[in-house]
Design a protein around this ligand. Structure first.
Ligand code: SDX
Length: 424
């Protein structure tokens, strides 16, 4: 219900156009611009940087103050006191689970971790050096072929089962991508293992011997999953919502999210950060790359820096940096050269006027890659890990979209092409 009004005066119109203004529980008010269409007007907002595309209760970001809340809980508290599956429950249900609810949720997820045995044949169609994100887009989309007919998107229970299947099967498919690339047999999930431990088991275990995940690395893996779980209406989540608005099945929608996430400006940045740090190679080379990043004629950007919303530190980056120190200390590689380059790069960038003026701070991707590399995960798997983590965010927003009356999304445009003309 609108509690305020905006009045828009437009040259050529006799009267101001009255537009409802709505207030949320947090964040900026929104102006409902739908009446403009009746006046023959559209709004113009390339990249939707000033557009609230939907109403949502899942996640709130305050970019100016570096705040990220899931269901009202600050990400720093969730990272310290919760775990990934608890946050999955929170994003899906709006509150953290009781001990009983958590046990039921974890047990249900554990029993959906296997994929149909036929899925393993998809991998044989790919070269061993295929980028795992290409395989993930294909395989997650292909899940539609196995579950498409058992899903009424308007049935809340069907949507819940679908969420379980996706949360549970993403680690299995991700690990299969890695195993396929190194020519090792796929490892089946183990129901007695915790979520992150199970993922490390499927990644690094072999049929030849018992694999015992390092608890520090498993905890770090779980925290990486947790920190990437959801982030409001980012590019990939908006893609999933738009795909979902056509009534497409959730597996196809999640596959579209994976595709959108792959870009280096978005989820592909964690892989790009490592490539950049390896290209820099030594602290002495940092000034050259800082200059390249500042050169408007050079497409190079400092990967892992900047954010469309955060004009302050990304709160996830702070937690990730602390986790990075813990992991590298545990592994006895605290003086890892790439970490030294990263910390020096961060220090220089945060003092350089170009970055300070543009409020370009390290984002979630800046340190995650160093942790993943230390755990032994190859660089081309980094965005797969991001996709695995973000699946809960995508499916929560997809489910929220379908839990209330909705319409197919259909943005318009400012047309500047040729007016009507006849073929001569
Ligand atoms: C993620 O939306 C989300 O929530 C995403 C995400 C999530 O959880 O879903 O948080 C995950 O995608 C994090 C971002 C990961 N991407 C990177 O680290 C890639 C490097 N960053 C840039 O590509 C960029 O900062 C973006 C894409 C992240 C944000 O772009 P903006 O806000 O549109 O910034 P901009 O293009 O308007 O740039 C503003 C100015 C420009 O300079 P001027 O034209 O003012 O002279 O800042 C400059 C840009 O050239 N700039 C950078 C820079 N980022 C912006 N210059 C050098 N290095 C950078 N990284």
């Amino acid at each position: 219900m609108a509690d305020k009004k905006a009045r828009l005066m437009v040259d050529g119109l006799d009267e101001a156009i009255e537009l409802p203004v709505y207030s949320g529980t947090e964040g900026p008010d929104v102006i409902d611009v739908r009446p403009l269409t009746g006046q023959g007007l559209f709004t113009y907002d390339p990249g939707f940087v000033s557009t609230a595309a939907c109403e949502s209760k899942i996640t709130y970001i305050d970019g100016a103050n570096g705040v990220l809340l899931h269901g009202g809980y600050p990400i720093e508290q969730l990272a310290e006191q919760s775990d990934y599956l608890e946050v999955c429950y929170l994003l899906l249900n709006g509150d953290l689970p009781t001990a009983e609810e958590k046990e039921k949720f974890v047990n249900t997820v554990s029993r959906h971790t296997m994929v149909h045995e036929q899925m393993s044949h998809f991998f044989n169609g790919f070269r061993r050096d295929a980028h795992p994100m290409a395989i993930m887009v294909a395989c997650v989309g292909a899940l539609s072929a196995f579950y498409h007919d058992s899903l009424d998107i308007n049935d809340a229970y069907h949507r819940e089962v679908c969420a379980y299947r996706l949360i549970a099967k993403m680690p299995t498919l991700a690990a299969m991508c890695y195993k396929y690339s190194i020519g090792q047999p796929f490892m089946y999930p183990r129901n007695e293992l915790a979520y992150a431990d199970n993922f490390l088991h499927m990644m690094f275990g072999t049929p030849c011997e018992e694999y015992r995940p390092n608890p520090v690395l498993a905890k770090a893996m779980d925290r990486i999953f947790l920190l990437h779980a959801d982030h409001e209406q980012n590019a990939s989540t908006s893609t999933v919502r738009l795909a979902g608005s056509s009534g497409a099945n959730p597996f196809a929608c999640i596959a579209s999210g994976i595709a959108a996430l792959w870009g280096p400006a978005h989820g592909g940045a964690n892989e790009a950060v490592l490539t950049m740090l390896e290209e820099i190679g030594h602290e002495d080379n940092i000034p050259e790359f800082i200059e390249k990043a500042k050169d408007p004629n050079d497409p190079f950007r400092l990967m892992g820096f900047g954010h469309r919303v955060y004009r302050n530190f990304d709160p996830r980056a702070k937690v990730m940096k602390k986790t990075c120190d813990e992991v590298l200390t545990e592994l006895g590689v605290a003086d890892e050269p790439l970490l030294k380059i990263a910390k020096r790069l961060e220090q220089i960038a945060l003092e350089d006027e170009y970055f300070v003026k543009r409020k370009l701070y390290p984002n979630v991707d800046f340190y995650s890659g160093i942790i993943l590399k230390a755990i032994g995960i190859p660089t081309n798997m980094f965005t797969v890990i991001f996709a695995l983590s973000r699946t809960i965010g995508w499916i929560s927003h997809w489910s929220e979209f379908h839990s209330s009356p909705n319409k197919i999304g259909r943005p318009r445009q400012l047309y500047t092409g040729p007016s009507k003309r006849d073929i001569k």
